[in-house]
Design a protein around this ligand. Structure first.
Ligand code: SAM
Ligand code: SF4
Length: 349
């Protein structure tokens, strides 16, 4: 591979991780992502923010989505330029048809890691075919273990389905099975210990994520964020936790292991302790835009190249040029911070 082809940004960071969103649609309405339910409006009203002021996000027509051949092609070019991790996400990726077909195409690429992030609601019916297609790792979102609170948080009465999906993933041999929770003050912060206990008992890797300003209601405020430090202090008061070395300097989570279980706790702290300096990620949206940061205000449209006869070498050169423009860091909490037009659901977390 020529040096020219490598994906290295102007801050010396090598891109290794490509997050591929395959749809912006979702069957949930999480209060921190698509707060479009009455419960979400009530919560934010009570919190003193007035009614959420929604971003006018129109669903992209499905015809705008890249097809699986196009996704495979761009992934293959990026892998040739040094990407070693691919993650399928959304929106809810399992709302797209025939995801195992895409998984089998991507699993044929020489990557170290191919994973999927899902809310789990429809995982059960696809689980075996995803595994048979070559998927090895899956991350679920689970923010509450209380049926009512789960419904308030996600807009969907789906706790049992998600718990069943997590257990099924373990039984089918997905490894590791990770579970992510976004913790929001006055909403699910009283469940931190219970969620950790769930992780310990089920022997899974559990990640607590700080709430970021990427919700469609633009309702985020700093007071809602429960910091990783606070979560850790609470967990250390309750459990015997031992620190675990980072998998890689670019890993987003700081990790701890339970003394009496192989389960792990990870803290992802983009707001209180940003890790931009080590960021090695690039994102591809369902409609074919490359985003160099979750908080990018500019994106780079691949479709004219993909559909305009560009060769793989053209795509590689273009990608390398885009990566050079990767932002040094985000500006959450600073006066110049500007929330991007796209919500987390339309970027791909
Ligand atoms: N629908 C799938 C799911 O929920 O797992 C995949 C897409 S979702 C956008 C990916 C991840 O982003 C989830 O773990 C979710 O909790 C996280 N997320 C969404 N909005 C967020 C926000 N405002 N702050 C922090 N994390 C967020
Ligand atoms: Fe929730 Fe994921 Fe859907 Fe966003 S994309 S509303 S986080 S399930």
């Amino acid at each position: 591979m020529s040096e020219l082809g490598r994906l290295t940004d102007s801050h010396g960071r090598n891109i290794r991780d490509l997050r591929i969103s395959i749809t912006d649609r979702c069957n949930f309405r999480c209060l921190y992502c698509l707060p479009e339910t009455e419960e979400a409006a009530d919560f934010y009203r009570r919190e003193g923010r007035g009614d959420p002021k929604p971003i006018q996000h129109a669903w992209k027509p499905r015809t705008h989505f890249l097809n699986y051949e196009e996704i495979e092609r761009i992934a293959s070019v990026a892998v040739g330029q040094g990407v070693t991790k691919l993650r399928l996400t959304g929106g809810e990726p399992l709302l797209r048809r025939d995801v195992p077909v895409l998984v089998s195409k991507l699993s044929a690429l020489p990557v170290e890691d191919l994973a999927l992030t899902t809310n789990g609601f429809q995982f059960g019916r696809h689980a075996e075919s995803l595994r048979d297609a070559g998927l090895r790792r899956v991350s679920f979102s689970l923010d509450s273990l209380d049926g009512e609170n789960f419904k308030k948080l996600t807009g969907r009465d789906g706790l049992e389905e998600v718990l069943a999906a997590i257990r099924q993933a373990r039984e089918l041999g997905f490894n590791p099975v990770k579970v992510n929770a976004v913790i929001i003050r006055h909403l699910n912060d009283h469940e931190i210990e219970a969620l950790a206990e769930f992780a310990r008992a089920e022997e899974i890797s559990f990640r607590f994520i700080e709430f970021m300003p990427l919700d469609s209601g633009r309702a985020w405020q700093k007071d809602h964020v429960v910091t990783g430090r606070e979560i850790l202090e609470r967990l250390q008061a309750r459990f015997d936790l031992q620190p675990v070395d980072r998998e890689h300097p670019s890993a987003t989570a700081k990790r701890w292991r339970f003394a009496d279980s192989p389960a792990e706790i990870g803290l992802i702290t983009p707001v209180s302790e940003p890790f931009c300096g080590q960021c090695n990620r690039l994102r591809l949206t369902a409609d074919g835009k490359i985003r160099t940061c979750l908080f990018s205000l500019h994106e780079h449209d691949l479709k004219p190249l993909l559909r305009g006869g560009a060769t793989d070498a053209d795509l590689a050169e273009w990608l390398a040029g885009v990566v050079l423009k990767k932002e040094a860091r985000h500006h959450i909490g600073e006066t110049e911070f500007e929330q991007p037009d796209r919500t987390m659901s339309a970027i791909g977390g």
